[in-house]
Design a protein around this ligand. Structure first.
Ligand SMILES: *[C@@H]1O[C@H](CO)[C@@H](O)[C@H](O)[C@H]1NC(C)=O
Ligand SMILES: *[C@@H]1O[C@H](CO)[C@@H](O)[C@H](O)[C@H]1NC(C)=O
Ligand SMILES: *[C@@H]1O[C@H](CO)[C@@H](O)[C@H](O)[C@H]1NC(C)=O
Ligand SMILES: *[C@@H]1O[C@H](CO)[C@@H](O)[C@H](O)[C@H]1NC(C)=O
Length: 823
């Protein structure tokens, strides 16, 4: 990662940028508290760690597993979340003491609910970690009263983890509980089991079925009568590389009752296969983080059920990145119906088949098969083929976000076509809403749902209510799937490309698409404003937003004053540029800021009108209009309410003498420009901006970093506009000083920017293709199984996880055989 850095020219940066420009950025960002995207939050004193969510069928009640409590919340109202009932369920003082004596942190000893399931119409079932000694209980759904057969809660071993941070999964089918968790205190004994059933089953105790797994989720597919478990584990079939993690899907049949002699009370239908989330020639995204099912569209076969998963990579070169892959049920079934690898139970090594195929592993109904058949099943449960993602490609990749959880929904858009929407939660607490289009994913918006990184989170989507619930230790948040009214014009509505939202010309509003057919303006695929918004008979204002205003905002400035104009921008996908209707903007006199703002020194030549234009998907709109005038010596007009405060401040600092910094300029004052006080200022100001095509209460992008941060804040403000101190203001150091400062600063900024951009771009670009020797060398070598010199990293990487035979790998096997070859 050295050498090349020095002679690179801006050209190269540009080339690299264009090469990597497919990074996904949410179009609009709503930080917590944005008026454009109000969220309803449930948070009560005494209720904490609300991290396990379960939604009632009608969507009116949200059951929450918390710390030492189970709650049922009334979520039928849009404006508030109320509490219906609460079950307090904490370990006794003695249990807590024992927990702490065992060396556990006191903060981890409470009873964290980890299993919360409906059993039947009247009862629920819950399990908690209960001071590292898991317990379970029946509860009445209506009242949350404990309804244990015996009065004491049941032992929860094998149903619930001991450690609250250990991941596990549970699902009930016909009142029977299927779980995948660890069944011991140390977390070394993973088990997939069935409880509350006439014949409880579990995975055979012998070694080799699971290899240090992390359980993620489970799905019941009724048409198959199978439950699928998703997890990651050590891929022992790749024994040429140490601890290579693979993602898996495993299956069991709900009809399984275990063998008669062999595999008595054990699964006879357990089989597993590898899930591959990898783009050709890149390192695989090998660690599944979350996976959910999306039922097929109406009328489509069950095989079209899709499983959307978030995957990250075990290698540090890909840290901070994640990918989404989709797997088809039909492809999973196909992998399970083909060949299986053979486990040598003496050496615990895998090989491809040499034995005659005696049975079809994974097939339902093996329970009264012969001992011979079941012995075969015991050694043949890993499918030889991996499951490839739909389209053999990644659904989406984020190079700067680590997603942790997702939910998916199919939405019928105004054109009566279905679009898949993914809600993806980032590690940093933002919920991204992405629509999957043929050209790739488009992230419509992001909404901040919590502030601190959360170890444990859960999400529930209520399609009927149009809400996503996010449960974290900061409480439960209700996020509406869409908030169309933030788009105030047809252009804004269409540019959002949100299948949930369409422009209703007769109401001149952006509204939610309803099942009742209505002619709404929408273009999810292309966002073509001219086409959609020109057909309806609209006033130009409704069509393109309130930006046909030409009067603009008047700024009174003094000559030689540094003027900063800000261009408000809701969309991060728009390009912004400045224009002057009456003359051109001279690059010698004006400086375009990285954040879209414009900076210049007021001279007779630079006075006049300025327009900030944005172009998005070929649609051009005016975002702001400023009239820069020379200030009359008269005192500030009294019109502005805010003026007083700033005037007072200005008086507090008498006229500035030439400053030691030489560079002085206005404090941040206008929309769209963040300096030291960033977002807060913008939030207030935006609504005033004349001609701004920003919806009222509009979303604000998170403050850009770095840009404009050079201005010392707290300088006296000069009040020049009728709106008060928010406008560019005047200081009066000498013109020459300013000019020298500007030039120096420009040079500095440019070189810094270049360096940063180069660094970032090169790093990311390289990450996408090949790992770097610096941090990934050892891993790559191991993956590749050959000396690094002159090796072709990409080829080797690809092979690493593809399940293919590692021809050039140096096997570590003691017996000298290649892995995956017949022993
Ligand atoms: C419970 O919440 C606290 C913050 O309120 C957090 O630090 C802790 O990690 C959470 N514990 C679990 C097990 O979720
Ligand atoms: C639901 O399950 C509970 C616990 O097994 C049982 O006591 C109850 O009778 C069941 N209710 C119905 C309606 O089946
Ligand atoms: C398999 O077992 C079921 C009961 O579990 C029995 O009814 C059936 O006859 C058995 N089939 C064979 C082929 O043994
Ligand atoms: C202006 O500020 C002064 C003192 O800062 C205050 O006494 C006065 O009431 C203010 N006037 C208005 C109109 O806010």
């Amino acid at each position: 990662m050295a050498q090349q850095g020095i002679p690179l020219l801006p050209m190269v940066v540009l080339a690299m940028l264009s090469q990597c420009s497919a990074w996904l950025t949410p179009r609009i960002s709503f930080p917590q508290g944005s008026p454009g995207r109000p969220l309803v939050r449930f948070h009560r004193p005494g209720v904490s760690n609300t991290t396990m969510l379960l939604l009632s069928r009608d969507g009116d009640t949200l059951f929450v597993g918390a710390r030492d409590a189970v709650l049922s919340l009334d979520v039928s109202q849009k404006e508030a979340i109320g509490i219906r009932s609460k079950l307090d369920w904490s370990p006794s003082e003695k249990d807590l003491q024992q927990c702490s004596m065992k060396g556990k942190e006191m903060t981890d000893c409470p009873n964290f609910i980890r299993v919360l399931q409906f059993l039947n119409t009247t009862h629920m079932y819950a399990c908690g970690t209960y001071a590292f000694s898991p317990r379970c209980t029946y509860m009445l759904t209506e009242t949350l009263l404990m309804a244990s057969q015996s009065s004491r809660p049941e032992e929860g071993r094998g149903r619930c983890p001991y450690d609250p941070y250990q991941r596990s999964t549970a699902i009930t089918v016909d009142g029977e509980l299927y779980t995948a968790t660890v069944a011991d205190y140390r977390g070394n004994r993973p088990v997939i089991s069935r409880h509350l059933s006439p014949v409880d089953l579990k995975l055979d105790d012998t070694l080799g079925w699971l290899e240090d797994p992390t359980f993620i989720s489970s799905s019941f597919i009724p048409s198959e009568e199978k439950i699928y478990f998703f997890f990651s584990e050590v891929g022992r079939e790749y024994d040429f590389i140490d601890k290579f993690i693979v993602s898996r899907v495993a299956q069991i049949c709900t009809s399984d009752v275990g063998g008669q002699r062999t595999l008595q009370r054990r699964w006879t239908t357990f089989a597993k296969a590898q899930l591959l989330c990898q783009a050709s020639s890149e390192l695989p995204y090998n660690v599944v983080q979350d996976i959910i099912d999306l039922p097929p569209p109406e009328g489509a076969p069950a095989d079209d059920t899709l499983f959307y998963g978030i995957f990250t990579s075990q290698w540090s070169v890909n840290s901070g990145q994640s990918a989404v892959c989709a797997f088809r049920l039909g492809d999973i079934k196909a992998a399970f119906s083909r060949n299986y690898k053979v486990l040598n139970r003496d050496t615990l090594r895998w090989s491809t088949r040499v034995q005659e195929k005696i049975a079809n592993p994974g097939e339902c109904g093996l329970h009264n098969a012969s001992d011979n058949t079941l012995r075969f099943v015991k050694d043949n449960f890993l499918a030889d083929d991996s499951v490839q993602p739909v389209g053999r490609s990644l659904t989406m990749v984020s190079h700067d976000q680590k997603y942790s959880h997702l939910v998916a929904q199919r939405v019928r858009a105004a054109n009566h076509r279905d679009y898949t929407i993914l809600f993806l939660l980032t590690d940093s607490g933002y919920l991204h809403k992405a629509v999957l289009l043929e050209k790739g994913a488009h992230i419509i918006e992001e909404v901040q749902v919590f502030q601190q990184h959360q170890a444990i989170v859960s999400m529930q989507l209520s399609v009927s209510k149009g809400v996503v619930f996010v449960g974290s230790s900061e409480g439960v948040v209700r996020v509406p799937v869409a908030s169309c009214s933030v788009y105030s014009s047809c252009a804004q509505c269409v540019l959002a490309r949100d299948p949930f939202c369409g422009w209703a010309p007769e109401r001149t509003a952006c509204v939610e698409v309803s099942p009742v057919p209505a002619s709404l303006g929408q273009d999810v695929d292309a966002g073509n404003v001219e086409e959609v918004c020109s057909t309806a008979p609209l006033s130009p204002r409704a069509r393109f937003g309130p930006n046909s205003l030409t009067t603009g905002e008047t700024l009174s400035v003094s000559l030689n004053q540094v003027v900063r104009l800000q261009c408000p921008g809701a969309s991060r996908h728009a390009q912004r540029l400045w224009e002057r209707p009456d003359s051109r903007i001279s690059p010698d006199l004006c400086l375009h800021m990285e954040d879209g703002g414009l900076r210049f020194v007021a001279t007779p030549a630079t006075l006049g009108q300025y327009l900030c234009l944005s172009t998005e998907l070929g649609h051009r709109q005016v975002l702001a209009v400023y009239n820069v005038e020379q200030r009359t010596p008269a005192p500030a007009p009294p019109a502005a309410a805010a003026a007083n405060a700033t005037t007072a401040r200005a008086h507090a600092h008498p006229a500035p003498t030439p400053t030691p910094t030489a560079w002085t300029t206005a404090p941040p004052g206008g929309p769209g420009l963040a300096t030291t006080t960033g977002a807060k200022v913008r939030g207030e100001v935006k609504r005033h901006a004349a001609g701004a095509a920003v919806p009222s209460g509009a979303p604000e992008p998170r403050p850009p970093t770095g840009a404009g941060g050079v201005a010392p804040s707290g300088w006296p403000r000069d009040v020049g506009s009728k709106d008060g101190g928010r406008l560019p203001l005047a200081l009066r150091p000498s013109y020459l000083r300013e000019l020298v400062a500007v030039s120096t600063l420009l040079a500095l900024c440019l070189s810094a920017l270049l360096a940063v951009a180069l660094g970032a771009v090169r790093q990311r670009c390289r990450k996408r293709t090949a790992p770097q020797a610096a941090d990934g060398g050892a891993e790559r070598e191991a993956l590749r199984g050959e000396p690094p010199a002159g090796a072709d990293g990409q080829r080797a990487n690809g092979r690493g996880a593809r399940g293919g035979r590692p021809h050039s790998a140096t096997p570590k096997a003691a017996n000298g055989h290649l892995p995956n070859t017949p022993l």
